[in-house]
Design a binder for this molecule. Structure first.
Ligand SMILES: O=P(O)(O)O[C@H]1O[C@H](CO)[C@@H](O)[C@H]1O
Ligand SMILES: O=c1cc[nH]c(=O)[nH]1
Length: 243
């Protein structure tokens, strides 16, 4: 059974789906790391693949950018395709010198000013939380791969390009100091919320692609291909997840 946004059939997705924002990153992961990758959907160019990693079935699919987009795709994966676990793997801008370029962040909460949760279900919490079981499995996967994780809250923003402001402290310094946000991305608040209302599991790993505290920046090509540490941690998760 397909949806307006996904042409996959029942059984085409594995129980665990990795979701980068960029569908080309999904294609890269499938073609680089999966055995026997099969394209299961490409509606609107939002590629989804299923294959195996170290003998275990796993899927990878783009989410698009922003909460409305991941809201649609994750809701359909959870409700129409029997998906149990979604791990977002994204890029993020650092709000602190503790998280440097290419460091990997494991989100322990996603703060947002977004009205996604209150609109979706009446939930007024401004911090949505990931699955503790998935986070534990990701910690174990990272440990096994020798990849350090930096843990803390992240900021899920609806706005990438803000108007310049002379306000001091800056909005991001306030989010860092008052909400404990290590970095900014644009989807996890909605993903964690969907998982919570549907009784499913979600988590988020981020690779730092740029920094608000220093002028470091990565290219689009590096964002697409160089985030392999994060990808390997996420790909290995099922081996550490209680069934
Ligand atoms: O690299 P991805 O996963 O797309 O994540 C980040 O990059 C995009 C903005 O450039 C937003 O989607 C943000 O969340
Ligand atoms: O959402 C994002 C992602 C990466 N870098 C940013 O500044 N924002």
């Amino acid at each position: 059974m397909s949806t307006p946004h996904n042409r996959a059939e029942n059984g085409d997705f594995a129980k665990t789906v990795l979701m980068p924002g960029d569908p080309l990153r999904a294609k890269f992961i499938a073609e680089t790391f999966l055995e026997d990758p099969r394209l299961v959907t490409d509606v609107r160019g939002m590629y989804g693949y299923t294959g195996t990693y170290q003998g275990r079935p796993i899927s990878v699919m783009g989410s698009g950018m922003g909460m409305p987009s991941i809201g649609i795709y994750s809701y359909e994966l959870y409700t129409q395709y029997g998906v149990e676990n979604i791990i977002r793997i994204g890029s993020a801008g650092s709000y602190t010198d503790k998280a440097k370029l290419f460091d990997v962040v494991l989100a322990t909460g996603a703060y947002s000013e977004s009205n996604y949760a209150v609109t979706q279900s009446g939930d007024t919490d401004d911090i949505q939380t990931p699955s503790a079981a998935l986070n534990d499995a990701l910690r174990a996967s990272a440990k096994a791969a020798g990849i350090p994780l930096i843990e803390g809250n992240i900021h899920s923003s609806d706005v990438f390009y803000r108007q310049p402001s002379d306000a001091k402290p800056t909005y991001w310094e306030k989010l860092r100091d008052e909400k404990g946000c290590l970095a900014v991305e644009m989807e996890s608040f909605a993903l964690f919320h969907n998982a919570r209302v549907l009784g499913k599991r979600a988590a988020c790993l981020l690779t730092i692609s740029d920094s608000f505290v220093s002028p470091e920046i990565t290219t689009a090509e590096q964002r697409q291909t160089s985030f392999t540490a994060m990808m390997k941690v996420a790909l290995g998760v099922d081996a550490f997840l209680e069934k």
